[in-house]
Structures are given as structure tokens and as C-alpha cells.
Write a protein that binds this ligand. Structure first.
Ligand code: BF8
Length: 674
């Protein structure tokens, strides 16, 4: 172990493993890290406290005269809010600028991911690469009309009038155009319920193209441009919609066409999926373009034999963050952990290589890897690390298989170099993942009916009280996974079916909530009955963070199936990100709000320093879009606020009498479990 690592540790406060996480594997690995003298994010969170003014959203550093800091007066604001920056910017202007810059950051991350997928898709359509092919022709034909690509399809879903390669090429070209076209509006906006599209039009927020909306945020938030929080939020809304109904939705669709639309698949989750006698290659990041190739290479007999020749019993692939969700939902590759567990995967001593691409990758991975034999490999031209122990292999889709093979071989060759005693926590859980718009239709609508009627019927008759999308990150400022699991358990206990993505999906998988058997233990009687009859978990894993678009489209299908109003905002539904931390989460939160969903965030929200602006987001947005923001730190109250909103919508629809509106308490739950 490096001496300097130990020295730093002696001067620092250490995280209390019990207080840091509710997950046993995580706690054991924090203890292990302390034994080895290795610092992790849990320790850093003890030693660095967040800036109070920044976390209230009222620190402006958009010019060289600042940062101008506008703290809330200790006893609140009496009368007019006279706080201002050097240029005169009010607290509302500063908080709104900061907020929409976060939307721009999040939308840019999702949408640049989508662009990369679209470029690979174009290369595949042009047959410039052998590695990528159109895998899901049905999905291609299903999305083609939304790109104004005409195609006639017969009852079996086969195209009647066009060559499939020609359709693929046209879709690829139209898709790429969405990032920078000079006129018109995003084509996918028409996929939303008509009433929602009309609301966007009325409010003047139809996005023109993806890049332009992001650029315009950077312009408007430059010193001396937009100084009206309402007008700033108009652009924030336009940009978030360009993410949810644009970049993210296209990323999901094109990935499905290239790599296959997910269907339910069994796997496992948590650090216990690592195997001591196997080569462990951990894939971390977001774009499935590389990880798909790694999965393909790993399955070849040649590479398996190579691993055995080096003394391993085989190769264990696993994933961290949303790349994990991507290869889980299409191949059943197990989840190694959430965002906060990335350093811990290396600290097991069993990680022979960790390959990363973009987003949510901690720079400290390189420092941790230095203490072990682990090879840390960056692969993306826009995401490198400064530390000298990091290997950079730039991934090129035109030589995808060669690059993937090289990376897998590095992991295999490194198997014999393990130097620290391996300690893999034994904890892992079984899960079923891979749900989407299509599979929900199949499971809840049946192949015969092929629709969302059954789901709607069960919502109308009250067995299912409502729908919740619970998504998003881990945040080291709160106890790892506690918010995620408490919110989800409280919802399903009260008959609310949960759709999950991102790190919430991983947390639920680690807890065993993604199995049909969970229904009998954790759910209220109505939801349990539906899950047991249909054989689905009460928490449906819908994929990665770009796949939140699947939740938007599932909600749209529910509207279309009828009986629950004309718009997403009419549905008994709510959204949540209990442990959010990334800018992407803010963009997601806002496109949910602008799509009509009451959306509650946990931990903190950088708007509290500007009460007028906060009120605009928390209350006035509902009048424009039907959805609004909220913040609730207590996870039980957080879920109960969502349930109260669901009940409000049930009442408005006239279906509140079909079920007893009683929150189930612990005593009821014990009776149910016995
Ligand atoms: O895109 S949930 S910590 S991994 S940002 Fe990151 Fe947040 Fe996890 Fe995926 Ni999403």
C-alpha cells in the first residue's frame, strides 16, 4: 500500500460504515477500505462539507466580478427581496440561471450520448462497420414513421414496399439531423399525447433542434442577457424537452434497433457478483456502443480459452452505473453496483480491469486503482484522466471488435498479477430486469390484446393505485440507498407500481425488489394480486437514465389506452429521484415536470435561496404543464406526498371510490407478511 495514502487517512475523519450505507456489502467494503488505508467518497464526504450558498442556488460565478453570493437572511426575507449581485442580478435570476445551466449540462450529456449512438447507427446503415448491424428490424419499422420515413408494414411487421437497408439509412440521416437542423421542430414531439403537445405549443416551448436549445441556455445565462426567471425557465423547459423527447428518446430507440429491444431477463446484483477464480472485467459508464462489443468478445470460445490458459475459470463481466443497466437489460450481465460503489469494486482486489467511457466516473478511481493491480482503461476521446496509471484506448466503431478484444485481453493478462488479498463481499440478490414499453404491453395487456387496457383496468378498479417513476443517482450527502429503498417500499406497500431506471434500479435490484416473489412480501394486496397473477415484479426495471424516455412513452400508452384522461398530467402518477446528484437528474426532473408529472426530489434542490423562483417551480408550473417540482428529504413523507398526488388525480378522474384510500402502516404490513 502506498505510504502517502495511509498518511492522508490519519489526518482525515473516516466514514462510519453503518451511517454511510444501508447495504451490507457496501458497509463491509468501507471497513475493508479503512483496513487497507484507502480513502473513498464516503470518507471525503465527512471531510468536505458543501457550500451553503451554492446549495441554495444563489452563488453566481458567471463573470469575473464574482462569485457574487446571496445567502438567505437568517430570519428569512421581510418585505421586498433586495439582495443583488454586482450587476444587479436578483436571487431569482441567479438561481434560475444556475438551474437551467444544470439542465443544459444534463441535456448535453444525454444528447451527446444519443448523437454518438446515431453516428454508429449511420455507420452501420452505410455498412462502414461489420461490428454493428440492425438487430431489431421491427423496432426500426416502428420508429421510421416518427422520422417521416414512409414505410408500409404487413400484419407480421414485415416491410412490404422498401428495402430495410434503405429505411435504416434514411432513419439514420433524419435522426442525425435532429441535433442541428436549421428549421422546424423536433420530430419526436408528436409522439406525446396531443393535449400535451398543444400545451407545449401554447407555452411556446417546442424545441427546434437539440444543440440549439443547449447553446441558447449558455447564451441567455451569460452576464447581461436574460434577467427574468420566468423567461429563463421557458428556455430551460425547451431544453429539457429536447432531452427527454429528443436526445434521450432517440438514444434509447436507436440502441434498441442496433442491440435489441430488452425483454425481461434474470440476473444478479451487488458486489457479490464478482468471482475470485474468474477474470473480473467491470464495465462502467453509459454508452452501450463499447460494452456491447465487450460482451460479444467475451462470449467467443477463443477468448474463453485464452482466459483458462491464464489460470482463470472464466471471465466474469459486471457493470457499474448505466452501462451496467444497458448490458443487464439486453444480456443479463450482472450489476456490480451503483454510482457510490465504483471505488469499492476495485477495493475487493478482484477487479482485473475496469473499463470506462463517459459520465459518473469518479477521478479517484485512478488513485484507488494505484493501490491494486487493477488496470483502469478510459476509452472515450472526451473523457480522459490525468493520472499516469490510466491506460487510454480510444474506441473507434470502425474497429470495434479489435478494440474490445484488446481491452478484454488486458483484463485476462492481468489476472495473474493480483497482489492484495481478495475480499469479495458475499452479498448479492436475484433480479428480473429488462422491461420496456413493449414488454409491459405484452405482460399487462397480453399478446392477444396487445395494449395497455389491462393495466388501465387495474388502475381504474383500484388494485393498482397509481404509477410512480422512481429514478436517479446516489448522493454521498445522504445514506447510500436508504432514500431509494424507503421510497420504493412505501409506494408498493400502498399499491403504487414502480417504474425504475438508473441507480435506483440498481439499488432495488440489490435489495431483491425486482423479483415477482417480492410482491407477496412488500406490496399492498391489490398490487400483490396483479403481480402474482401476471408474474411480474412490483418494481419494473426500465433501463438506464436515457431510458427514462421509456417511462414517458409508457405513460403515453396509458393515456392512449383510455379511461384515465387525455394527458399525462391526468394520470394517477408521480415521479421521484430520492438521492439525485447529477445535472442529468435535473434535466430529467424538468422534462417530467413539463410533461405533466408531479416530481419530488430528495436530499436538496438548489433553489431554496430564491423563494419566489422556488414557488414558481413548485406551484405555478402546475398551471402551465400540469406537473410541478417538489423537495422532500424524509423518504417516507416523500412517498406519501407522491401517493397524495396520485389520490388527487384519482379523485379528479372519479375513480377514487374504487379503493379505500388508507395508507398502510407497519402493523398492516406485518399482518400482510405473516
Ligand atoms: O445516468 S443515476 S449516478 S449512473 S446520473 Fe449517474 Fe445518476 Fe447513476 Fe447513470 Ni443517471
Amino acid at each position: 500500500m502506498k505510504e502517502e495514502t495511509k498518511k492522508i487517512q490519519k489526518e482525515q475523519k473516516l466514514a462510519d460504515p453503518m451511517a454511510a450505507s444501508v447495504d451490507q456489502a457496501t458497509r463491509e467494503m468501507i471497513v475493508r477500505a479503512h483496513e487497507l488505508g484507502i480513502e473513498t467518497i464516503f470518507d471525503r464526504a465527512e471531510n468536505m462539507k458543501p457550500c451553503n450558498i451554492g446549495s441554495q442556488g444563489t452563488c453566481c460565478k458567471n463573470c469575473g466580478m464574482g462569485p457574487c453570493r446571496l445567502p438567505l437572511p437568517k430570519f428569512g426575507i421581510e418585505g421586498e427581496d433586495e439582495r443583488k449581485g454586482l450587476c444587479g442580478a436578483s436571487a431569482n435570476t441567479i438561481a434560475a440561471r444556475n438551474f437551467i445551466r444544470m439542465i443544459a449540462g444534463g441535456a448535453a450529456a444525454h444528447s451527446d450520448h444519443g448523437r454518438c449512438v446515431a453516428e454508429v447507427f449511420l455507420a452501420a446503415a452505410r455498412k462502414e462497420t461489420d461490428a454493428y448491424k440492425i438487430k431489431d428490424v421491427q423496432k426500426l419499422l416502428a420508429i421510421a414513421p416518427f422520422f417521416d420515413v414512409p414505410v408500409t408494414v404487413d400484419v407480421d411487421g414485415e416491410t412490404l414496399d422498401r428495402d430495410i437497408d434503405e429505411v435504416a439509412l434514411e432513419v439514420a440521416e433524419k435522426a442525425i439531423n435532429e441535433w442541428g437542423k436549421s428549421e422546424g421542430e423536433l420530430l419526436y414531439l408528436k409522439r406525446a399525447p396531443e393535449a400535451l403537445y398543444e400545451k407545449w405549443k401554447k407555452n411556446g416551448v417546442l424545441p427546434r433542434n437539440i444543440d440549439r436549445e443547449i447553446v441558447e441556455i449558455m447564451h441567455r445565462t451569460h452576464i447581461g442577457v436574460d434577467q427574468d426567471y420566468k423567461n429563463l425557465m421557458k428556455q430551460g423547459t425547451r431544453t429539457a424537452l429536447a432531452d427527454g423527447w429528443g436526445g434521450s428518446m432517440m438514444a434509447t430507440d436507436l440502441q434498441d434497433v442496433l442491440f435489441g429491444t430488452p425483454y425481461p431477463i434474470q440476473s444478479e446484483a451487488n458486489l457479490g457478483v464478482l468471482k475470485e477464480d474468474h477474470v473480473n472485467l467491470v464495465i462502467h459508464g453509459h454508452e452501450p456502443v463499447l460494452s456491447e462489443m465487450i460482451v460479444t468478445v467475451t462470449m467467443t470460445p477463443e477468448i474463453q480459452e485464452y482466459a483458462r490458459a491464464k489460470g482463470a475459470k472464466g471471465i466474469q463481466l459486471s457493470g457499474i452505473c448505466c452501462t451496467a443497466n444497458e448490458i443487464l437489460q439486453r444480456h443479463g450481465v450482472p450489476l456490480c453496483g451503483t454510482f457510490l460503489q465504483q471505488e469499492l469494486a476495485i477495493i475487493t482486489g478482484a477487479c482485473d480491469a475496469m473499463v470506462v467511457d463517459i459520465q459518473c466516473i469518479m477521478q479517484n478511481l485512478a488513485n484507488v486503482a494505484k493501490c491494486f493491480h487493477t488496470k483502469l482503461i478510459t476509452t472515450h476521446p472526451i473523457a480522459k484522466m490525468e493520472q499516469d496509471n490510466v491506460i487510454h484506448i480510444e474506441f473507434d466503431e470502425h474497429y470495434a471488435m479489435d478494440d474490445a478484444k484488446r481491452i478484454v485481453k488486458i483484463a485476462i493478462d492481468n489476472f495473474a498479477n493480483r497482489k492484495t488479498e481478495v475480499m469479495i463481499p458475499r452479498h448479492k440478490n436475484t433480479q428480473i430486469a429488462g422491461f420496456g414499453v413493449e414488454s409491459i404491453e405484452y405482460h399487462l395487456g397480453g399478446t392477444f390484446r396487445g395494449s395497455y387496457y389491462t393495466l388501465n383496468d387495474n388502475i381504474i378498479n383500484g388494485r393498482i393505485r397509481g404509477i410512480a417513476g422512481v429514478v436517479g443517482c446516489n448522493n454521498a450527502r445522504t445514506r447510500h440507498n436508504e432514500g431509494h429503498l424507503t421510497v420504493v417500499k412505501e409506494l408498493i406497500k400502498n399499491d403504487v407500481i414502480v417504474l425504475t431506471t438508473g441507480c435506483n434500479g440498481i439499488a432495488c435490484a440489490m435489495e431483491g425488489l425486482l423479483t415477482p416473489e417480492t410482491a407477496g412480501i412488500f406490496c399492498g394486496p391489490g398490487l400483490a394480486e396483479v403481480c402474482e397473477t401476471v408474474g411480474i415484479p412490483p418494481v419494473l426495471h426500465m433501463g438506464s437514465c436515457v431510458d427514462n424516455s421509456r417511462i414517458l412513452l409508457a405513460a403515453t400508452e396509458v393515456v392512449k389506452a383510455g379511461g384515465l384522461g387525455k394527458n399525462i398530467s391526468d394520470l394517477p402518477a408521480a415521479g421521484s429521484a430520492p438521492e439525485w446528484m447529477s445535472e442529468k437528474a435535473i434535466s430529467i426532473g424538468h422534462y417530467f415536470v413539463a410533461s405533466g408529472v408531479y416530481t419530488v426530489f430528495g436530499v436538496t434542490l438548489p433553489v431554496s435561496g430564491a423563494p419566489v423562483f422556488q414557488k414558481y417551480l413548485f406551484e405555478e408550473f402546475e398551471k402551465m404543464y400540469g406537473g410541478m417540482w417538489d423537495l422532500e428529504i424524509d423518504p417516507v413523507l416523500h412517498a406519501r406526498k407522491m401517493i397524495a398526488h396520485i389520490d388527487k388525480k384519482r379523485k379528479a378522474l372519479g375513480i377514487d371510490k374504487t379503493r379505500e384510500r388508507v395508507l398502510i402502516d407497519m402493523a398492516d404490513r406485518r399482518t400482510m407478511a405473516s
